[in-house]
Structure formats: structure tokens, C-alpha cells
Design a protein around this ligand. Sequence first.
Ligand SMILES: [Zn+2]
Length: 208
Amino acid sequence: MKIEKITSVKNRLGTNSYLIFNEEKNAILIDAGVDLDTVKNYNLNIKAIFLTHCHFDHIMFLNQLEEFYSCPIYISEIDYKGMFDKEINLSKFFHRDFSINFDKSLIMTFKNGEIIHIDSFKIITILTPGHTSGSACFLVDNNLFSGDTLFADNIGRTDFPTSSVEQQKSSLLKLDSLNYKILYPGHSEISTKEKQKYNINFWFNLLN
Ligand SMILES: [Zn+2]
């Protein structure tokens, strides 16, 4: 299994997406902040897209990706409605005309702790509300995809619609007690669980 961090020059918010793929060139894509042409460069069969949360910069290329791959999309059932709400997904600040225009039956929702098998991949869903009320992380082997809940040197903002400081604190404790090795966040650099001990402690104490 290989993991590739990918970004798009067409996404001005510097959002990370990740390709997880195997030797058969089958892949899952974590978040849709990267345009179709960039994804196609990797010559992979995208079998599913997993969304860490509903914010615009993580779903902005879903339409073109779905037009080409027509694969299932997974999002937490709590953040599902935010995909269609310009206030909640923040698209009203960045792209007022944005809307989801593919077959909605391709969108699957999950709850906390579900285990989803796609091809050779086993994805464990971990709900980590705080940044949004339905933010989720994905554990794939020893790799944690943390969206905007936890970054290498920071944590996600908690002043957006559906954000909650209290929930974010609980989520940080949850991630602190989770077993993983490498952290793949929704922005900035890749990190490790080891390095996150200090980071989580620092930001947890600043949250009120
Ligand atoms: Zn976000």
C-alpha cells in the first residue's frame, strides 16, 4: 500500500488530498480538494472517495471527479447535509455558485467506528467533531487521515458554523489515545503520532 499527498494549484486554500493505492493500481481518495487532471496523472482506478468533512475546500472538485470516476463517496451522516448548505460548507465565501450536481445516490454516510472495506483497503471511521459537527478521521493501517481536526503544528479552527470547542477538546483527547504512526492532515505537512503529543497538549490547554 502506498500513500501520496496531492494538492492542486487550482485550490487556493492549500488543501491536502491523499491517494492510497495498491499494486493493482486500485485506489481510494481522501478528500476532494484536488482537481481531476491532477488525480488522473497517477493513472489509478479510484474506487471510492472519503471526505473528512463538508467544508468547501475538501469537496470543491467532487463534480468533475464524479463525472469521471462515478465512485461512491463516503461522508459522516452528520456532515452530509453540510455538502448542500453554502453557510455550513463555507462556499458562500469562496464560490457562491458551487453546488453538488451528480447523482446523490453515490453518497454514502457513516457513523463513528464503522469499518469499510474497499478493494484491499480497510478504512476505520472515527468521528472527531469540533471543527465541524460531523468531522471525521480515517484510520488505514497505521495511518491517520485527520482532515482539519488535527494538523502537524496546529489544530482546526472552532469558530465556523457547527463548530464546537468542547467537542474539539474531546476529539483531541480521542486522537491522543489512538494508536497510529503517521498523521496525514488536511493542510500543511505530514506528521507522526510521536510529534503530536506536544502539539495536542499545547492546543488543548489553549482551548476554552
Ligand atoms: Zn475545514
